[in-house]
Design a protein around this ligand. Structure first.
Ligand code: ADQ
Length: 511
């Protein structure tokens, strides 16, 4: 007999749990907060609520037992090594990620990846159903779990389901390339409310419903009948743009602490107190525009308009998806470029680029933000980009200048930044120079406006706006149909088959 575990009024589900396992030298295991946009955003929202977080613990193998960390019930979902490869590195990161980011690199389509994606989504749905209290609110996150809303609805028609898309939703011409586009849309439409970063993303989704699936859309809603269902099961799903943000008060308070202020001064001093310290902080991802930024910087050095030690660049790159080829190649390329720039333009004691391939704790990040005169955020496509918002949050001194790509979701809120098109290298160069040379009072005026926006639209507001939108979305419990039962049994079979396929490697994988 299985003993039912505790259940929760709010269940958050995301690909990753907000922690990762660390084994110390003496063999003891501890859990450490992991970096990443979603974790930064949700951590402050979950604390103090009757809430559980369902997600993968980050290592292949059976799921660890559920545990409580920082007051949140964490419910791990296990993934075998082949599932990590096919569901996560494959379908999520080599099929969906490129398609949803303007095909910055080519997408790969494999039917076995899709089958595994479906099976893993079903395992997540089952785990959610286990921990959701009657009538609970279930909040599913991101592109790795797009089938989960309809799968949860089939198992637990009593719960209210929301999904939030952290990355862009692609234009219909790109989304339409996916052989599984219908199943993805129908998977999402199991939710009561679908949240996106930008109005344009929500519009793209509605357009996909209309153009690819012939569904009826009206204003911010889509009406559809679940597959195999009759007209009486027709449901209306609402969509909307609710841009994510940062924990403004928490991060600002951290950046005002004497330790962080002292560390910011120390960072500057250890770099030889440059006149202008430029900073880039990104997951090492081809969507972040790191190559374009380095190219613009290299040309500025070449043109002799800037030079170390007066001007220098610190590029922090968080290791990411290190087992995926495109990411390995990107790392080689970036590190080659940094080496070339340093070889050409550094002098003893004054490098042109400080390159750091590490993760850092929050206080160190805050100190870096405070130390930097110009922050370079130049993605080619980005759902939001929390780094831009974190930077302005830390600048309580009104110092610094933000250079921001118009292809970051953040651009839609942060108009007072120095805006650039990262594909236009000449334009990026001019924008960097403008950020450096704009008089202090004008820079302060801009920073003040940026900070006001983030302060009044912080992550707490994002979460409460999202949960309110979900609570007020049309809600109509859906009764399981023969077809949805068949779909469920099919996914269960695939799930069992996947769990049997085990190669026992236990190498740790990226974000
Ligand atoms: P990401 O692509 O991960 O998130 P981003 O929004 O920039 O991108 O968030 C990165 C987070 O990691 C930030 O909180 C940043 O401070 C942190 N970080 C970066 N480098 C770090 C390092 N070296 N050490 C420690 N922390 C580091 C996805 C989408 C984004 C969207 C977020 C949230 O791609 O567009 O903004 O989700 O929705």
């Amino acid at each position: 007999m299985t003993v039912a575990g505790p259940t929760f009024a709010l269940v958050v589900a995301a690909n990753r749990l907000p922690v990762k396992r660390v084994v110390d030298a003496d063999g003891t295991t501890t859990w450490q907060r992991s970096p990443g946009g979603l974790v930064s955003a949700l951590e402050s929202v979950m604390r103090g609520r009757d809430a559980a977080w369902v997600g993968w613990a980050g290592e292949p193998g059976p799921a660890p037992e559920p545990f409580v960390e920082d007051g949140v019930h964490l419910h791990p979902v296990g993934l075998s090594p082949s599932e990590v490869q096919e569901y996560y590195e494959g379908f999520s990161n080599q099929t969906l990620w490129p398609i949803y980011h303007d095909v910055t690199v080519l997408a790969s389509f494999h039917r076995n990846w899709w089958n595994t994606y479906r099976a893993v989504n079903h395992r997540f749905a089952q785990a959610i159903a286990e921990v959701a209290a009657p009538g609970a609110t279930v909040w599913v996150h991101d592109y790795q779990l797009q089938l989960v809303p309809s799968m949860v609805r089939t198992i637990r028609p009593d719960v209210r389901i929301g999904w939030f898309d952290h990355i862009p939703f692609p234009p219909v011409e790109l989304f339409g390339q996916l052989p599984w586009r219908r199943a993805l849309v129908e998977g999402l439409l199991g939710a009561d409310f679908l949240g996106f970063q930008r109005a344009g993303d929500a519009e793209n989704f509605l357009r996909a419903c209309r153009r690819l699936l012939g569904m009826a859309t009206k204003a911010d809603t889509v009406t559809f009948t679940p597959p195999g269902g009759n007209a009486s099961l027709r449901r209306t799903v609402r969509v909307g743009a609710i841009p994510i943000s940062v924990d403004f008060r928490g991060l600002e308070a951290l950046s005002r602490t004497p330790e962080v202020l002292a560390r910011a001064a120390e960072i500057r001093a250890s770099l030889g107190d440059p006149k202008v310290l430029m900073l880039g902080v990104d997951r090492l991802d081809y969507t972040k525009g790191i190559r374009h930024r380095l190219k613009a910087y290299e040309e500025l050095l070449q043109d002799k308009v800037i030079a170390p030690p007066e001007v220098t660049l610190m590029q922090v790159a968080t290791p990411s998806r290190e087992r995926v080829d495109a990411y390995r190649q990107l790392r080689e390329e970036i590190e080659g470029t940094v080496g070339r720039i340093n070889g050409e333009y550094s002098a003893i004691g004054s490098p042109a680029v400080y390159y750091l391939y590490h993760s850092y704790p929050r206080n160190e990040m805050a100190a870096m933000f405070l130390a930097a005169d110009v922050m370079l955020v130049t993605p080619l496509r980005d759902g939001m980009n929390l780094v831009a918002k974190e930077y302005v949050t830390c600048r309580h001194d009104l110092g610094g200048a933000l250079v921001l790509s118009e292809f970051a979701g953040a651009w839609h809120e942060l108009h007072q930044a120095f805006i650039c098109n990262p594909h236009d290298i000449e334009g990026v160069k001019q924008t960097i120079l403008r950020a450096i040379n704009t008089p202090v009072d004008e820079r302060q005026r801009r920073m003040k406006a940026l900070r006001k926006r983030v302060a009044t639209h912080d992550v707490q507001r994002w979460a409460s706006r999202y949960l309110e939108a979900l609570a007020s979305a049309p809600f109509r419990p859906h009764r399981p149909t023969r077809a949805s039962d068949m779909e469920r049994r099919g996914a269960e079979r695939a799930n069992r088959a996947n769990q049997r396929r085990s190669d026992n490697a236990s190498e740790e994988v990226g974000d």
